[in-house]
Design a protein around this ligand. Sequence first.
Ligand SMILES: [Zn+2]
Length: 307
Amino acid sequence: MKTFKLAVFVFVLTGGLALAQEPESEPVIDFKTTEVAKGIYMLSGENGFTGGNLGLLVGDEAVILIDDSMPQFLDKMQDSIKAVTERPINYVLNTHLHGDHTGNNAAVSDAGAHIIAHDNVRKRLIKKGIKTEDVMQPAPKNTLPVITFQEAIHLYFNEQPMRVFHVPHAHTDGDAVIYFSDANVIHAGDVFFNGRFPYIDLSSGGSLDGMIAALKKIDSMADNNTQIIPGHGDLADKKDLKAVIDMLEDSRDKIQVLLDQGLDETAIVAENPLVDYHNDWNWGFITTEKMVKQLVQSLSQDTPHSH
Ligand SMILES: [Zn+2]
C-alpha cells in the first residue's frame, strides 16, 4: 500500500514515468462522492490518492467539474460522475497546472467540455509540453484551457453562482479558488492541504508568503458554516483552515530566526525547527525535512516571480 501511494506521488512529479514501478496487485481505489450542498459534490479518493479532490456542480443548465485527476483514474472518475448525472460535462475548471488536477484535460475536452483556468496555467502547460515515447512534444490543444482569466471569472449556472478568483504566488503562480457564494462552499485547490504539510511549488511561481496570504483571504470569506474542499485531505471547515495558517506562520517565524542568524539550509535542517509539528503534519510526500527545505528556499527568494 505504502509503495503504491509513493508511486502515485512520484508519478505526479515526474509526469508519468514512475507508473511502470507500480506493484502488480494494485489496491482498489475509488472516488468517494459527498454532496456538500444542493448540486455541489466533492469527489475524493482514499487519502486523496486518486489525485486532488474534485468538485462537481450539476443541474439543468450545466455540469461543471473542478479539476480532473490523473489518466489512470479516468474510468473511475467518469463512473463517479455518471452516478450523479447523466449529462455531459460542459466546463472543467483547473485550479492549477499540476498533473493530478489536469491529467484528464484531453479526455474531457475531447468529450466536449471547455477548460477554464488562470492565464498562467495555459502558459505553463504550453511551455511544459508533453512527453510521448520519451520525447517532449508541444502540448496538444485538447490539454489546454480555452477560457482564461487574470483576476477572476464569475459563472452563473444552476442557481449556484461561482466566483472563481486568482490568489498570486501561492501553491503556484496560477492558482484559482472557487467560491460558491450562495451555497457557502469553497474549493481551495492546492492552496490548502488539510492536516498535512503543503507542497509549495517554487519552480512554478509558488511562495510561502503567497500561500499564507491566500489562506487568509479564504479565511476572511469563510464563516463557521463554510465547507471548504481542500486540494488534498478531508472536507474542511474554518477551524481546519486556521490550523494550517497558524502552523505556517509559526513555521515561517521559526525558520526566519535561523536564517537571520546566518545559518544555511543544511544547518537549519539539522536544527529540526519543525520538530513539534512532525507527528501531526509529516506525510509521505512532504516530510518534515522537505517542509523545512522548501520554507528555507521560499524565504530566501527576494520576491516570488514568474519564470
Ligand atoms: Zn498541486
